[in-house]
Design a protein around this ligand. Structure first.
Ligand SMILES: Cc1cc2nc3c(=O)[nH]c(=O)nc-3n(C[C@H](O)[C@H](O)[C@H](O)COP(=O)(O)O)c2cc1C
Ligand code: SF4
Ligand code: SF4
Length: 273
C-alpha cells in the first residue's frame, strides 16, 4: 500500500522537532505562520519518526493496514527490560532439540511473528516475510533430509575420487542424517525470508526471544535454511525466488528437556579505540 506523510497544518505549532529528527532531512518549516512540510514524498523512509515525536499530534503516516489508536496514546519513554534479567535470559537459553508432542497455540505463533514484523530494517524497508511450516512440516523435512543426504554423498564421492577420507571433508561426514535431523520432532518451524540477510536475521532473533519468553524452546536450523535455498521443491513450497531467500529457520515447540546449568563462552574480542 502507498504511504504518505500527512501534516495537519492547523495543528502544527512550528516547533521544528520533526525537522530536527527526520533521518532523511525531508521536512522543512515554511510559510507564515511557520509549519512543517515534507520536501520529497518519494524519498521518505516512512520511518514515522515525525509522527512519533510531534508534540501536537499533527503528523500521520497513511497507508498502513494497522489502524492508529483514535486518540494516539503517548508512550512514556521506551519500555525498559531489566538489564540483568535480559542478560540472564540470553545466558541461560539453549538450543532445544527435544520437543513435547504438543502443538504451539496460534496466539503464541502470532506473537512471534509480531516480534518479527516490529523489528527494525535498513531504510525501513520491511521486506521480510514468514513461511510457517505446520501441516507441511514433515514433507519439508523429508525433502530437506533427502537433499542433505544427496549433497553429502556427492561430496564424499568427490573426496574419494581425490583419494581423501570422505568422512573428513564435510562437516556432516561423520554425522548420521536421521529422518528427524532438521526439525527434531518439533511441531512447528518458521522460515524467515528476506532479500537482506541482516534484516531477516534481526527479525529472527527478536522472534526467538519472543518464543522463549512464551515458554517455547528454539533451534535455529542452519541446515534447513541452506537446503531450503538449494532444493527446487522447497524453494517452491516456501516461495523463495530471485527476490528473496531463506535467511533463518526457527524450529519451535515446548521443550522436553531441562538444562541444569549454563555454559561458558569465549571472552569477547573487543578493540577499544
Ligand atoms: C545460525 C545458526 C544455525 C544453526 N543451525 C543448526 C542446525 O542446523 N542444527 C543444529 O542441530 N543446531 C544448529 N544451531 C545450533 C548451534 O549449534 C548452537 O547454537 C551452538 O552449538 C551453541 O549452543 P546453544 O545454542 O545451546 O547455546 C544453529 C545455531 C545458529 C545460531
Ligand atoms: S517518515 Fe521519517 S523520513 Fe519521512 S518525513 Fe517523517 S521522519 Fe522524515
Ligand atoms: S513536530 Fe509537529 S508541531 Fe513540531 S514542526 Fe513538526 S509537525 Fe509541526
Amino acid at each position: 500500500m502507498e504511504h504518505t506523510v500527512r501534516i495537519e497544518e492547523s495543528l502544527c505549532i512550528g516547533c521544528g522537532a520533526c525537522v530536527a529528527d527526520c533521518p532523511a532531512s525531508n521536512i522543512e518549516l515554511a510559510g507564515e505562520p511557520r509549519a512543517a512540510k515534507v520536501f520529497d514524498p518519494e524519498n521518505c523512509l516512512f520511518c514515522g519518526h515525525c509522527e512519533a515525536i510531534c508534540p501536537a499530534g499533527a503528523v500521520t503516516l497513511t497507508g498502513f493496514e494497522e489502524v492508529p489508536a483514535e486518540i494516539p496514546e503517548e508512550v512514556n519513554g521506551a519500555v525498559r527490560l531489566d538489564p540483568d534479567t535480559l542478560l540472564d535470559a540470553i545466558r541461560t537459553r539453549r538450543s532445544i532439540r527435544h520437543f513435547k508432542d504438543e502443538p504451539v497455540p496460534q496466539e503464541i505463533i502470532d506473537k512471534i511473528i509480531e516480534a518479527g514484523r516490529l523489528t527494525q530494517t535498513a531504510k525501513n524497508s520491511q521486506r521480510q516475510s514468514y513461511a510457517v511450516l505446520r501441516e507441511h512440516l514433515a514433507e519439508a523435512e523429508k525433502i530437506g533430509v533427502e537433499g542433505l543426504r544427496a549433497a553429502v554423498a556427492a561430496e564424499a564421492a568427490k573426496a574419494a575420487a581425490a583419494g581423501k577420507d570422505p568422512a573428513a571433508v564435510s562437516p556432516l561426514g561423520r554425522t548420521q542424517i536421521t529422518d528427524d535431523f532438521l526439525f527434531f520432532g518439533a511441531p512447528l518451524a518458521i522460515v524467515v525470508l528476506s532479500p537482506s540477510k541482516t534484516d531477516g536475521c534481526l527479525a529472527a532473533e527478536n522472534m526467538a526471544l519472543m518464543a522463549e519468553a512464551c515458554g517455547l524452546g528454539v533451534l535455529f536450523s542452519g541446515f534447513f535454511t541452506d537446503v531450503a535455498n538449494a532444493a527446487p521443491a522447497l524453494r517452491e513450497m516456501l516461495g523463495i525466488d530471485e527476490t528473496r531467500q531463506a535467511v533463518a529457520t526457527l524450529v519451535l515447540g515446548r521443550p522436553d528437556i531441562r538444562y541444569r546449568r549454563t555454559v561458558r563462552r569465549e571472552p569477547a574480542r573487543v578493540t577499544w579505540l
